[in-house]
Design a protein around this ligand. Sequence first.
Ligand code: THU
Length: 156
Amino acid sequence: MEKTLNIRYREYASAAALGAADGELMRRAVAATEGAYAPYSGFRVGAAVRLADGSVVTGSNQENAAYPSGLCAERTAIFAASAQRPDMRDYEAIAIVGRNAGGELCEASPCGACRQVLLEYEQRQGHPLRVLCMLEGGAVREVGSVADLMPFSFAL
Ligand code: THU
């Protein structure tokens, strides 16, 4: 029997159309691109995670000459949040922004490994972690939960 999966998501024309807290989270992700260390790809990524107490932890991609040793912005951010605030492993949303070699903001959708990592924190907390990605031209895509990005996922 053939079956179909649908995912529901929203698009906003710009970050200005988001609520105040999500708009600020997107601004923090944009600022976080400045901390990227991306001499190999030239592609900088910023991520900002908002915790349930309203605080924000940011991260950016960190590359290495031994390529697989580098880490994406999303995992840098969520691992930092988990490490620094073990008392508050409760995440409302993550905003993600790319900046290309020309310095322009662009889409950076989380890779499979980052989705797997984000999913575990979402499952642990028992409620959705929303994913906000800036798109070309400054629009924003909002997916309501990491699980929506990760059908038939692995979990122990
Ligand atoms: N990258 C991220 O940090 N997040 C993404 O969502 C996609 C890719 C990084 C990994 C690498 O440093 C660079 O972008 C190019 O792939």
